[in-house]
Design a protein around this ligand. Sequence first.
Ligand code: ACO
Length: 325
Amino acid sequence: MTHLRSVVLGCGSYLPARILSNDELAKSVETTDEWIVQRTGIRERHIAAAGELTSDLALHAARAALVNAHVEASSIDLIVLATSTPDQTFPATAVSVQAGLGITHGAAFDLQAVCSGFVYALSVVDALLKSGGFKRALVIGAETFSRILDWNDRTTCVLFGDGAGALVLEVQPQPGTTADRGILTAHLRSDGRFKSKLYVDGGPSSTQTVGHLRMEGRDVFKHAIAMITDVIDDAFKATGTSAADIDWFVPHQANKRIIDGSAHKLGIAPDKVVITVDRHGNTSAASIPLALADAVADRRIKRGNLILLEAMGGGFTWGSALLRW
Ligand code: ACO
């Protein structure tokens, strides 16, 4: 019996031209390259130019993904864009991307789950594609976190960067085994009791301002590895797979120590882990598709590879997805 799967046709990414190094940051806040690298693994991040919006980054990434997938924009009937830094409160940034691509049919909307946004978006798109209502989707993670940082707060401003990544997915019949191409399973979690551990201190309903990112970093760190490994265990159980079956682990890129700790706890070898946090910083919902595009571009990720994704972020939200490329 055949089984419908959401299969990746291609991916693409975009990073703003401006690179901000740790040494440059250390000229404006009291920090050092050594502190940032040792605590986080971050060496530099990209920062959007004045007037360069989340939708601009997303559109570049979407176009790159369409080229990589060898499909026309007109064949896309669903766009889901994960972001916490939309161009405006509304309309959704996804409709700007839709218009930029010249698409006038289908549906486009934003999804907000902070750093878990891309895994959430992937899971929602998977369900919508398998429902039969849509055939080919763009899933985008795009952020301009530089716009919501308090650049005087050294405990947060050193951690984040801007960027965007996108995947093209198509629903296809597959045999219905773990050897299938496409998304094999996805698991989403949240627990709002932790909502004040990582948040933005503004919003349309509360302050009528955009606000700045605030984080109790130590508390986030304390919970991260257990949450990440729990939800990955759910993915392994659902598919009867284990760490040994994974070709590439592509985690949300928040902190090298969290990534290393999670991989170690799961028994995933360091040479199977895709790392971009050193060059991108934490780009929130954009970090996973940016890392995927990196590993596809340098031919580490190949068709047929089993890829494990995970993310954890504000809310707290967290999630995992297992897919065969
Ligand atoms: N440069 C120099 N010193 C600093 C800096 C800095 N940039 N930031 C903080 N410090 C100081 C602190 O003030 C503190 O000084 P004190 O001991 O005199 O009080 C000291 O360094 C240690 O601070 P801690 O907060 O304990 O440092 P820690 O080792 O926990 O590292 C970090 C901080 C990197 C933020 C870590 O806690 C972390 O990575 N947390 C998780 C963040 C994360 O993963 N977020 C993911 C989700 S993101 C999302 O969803 C949007």
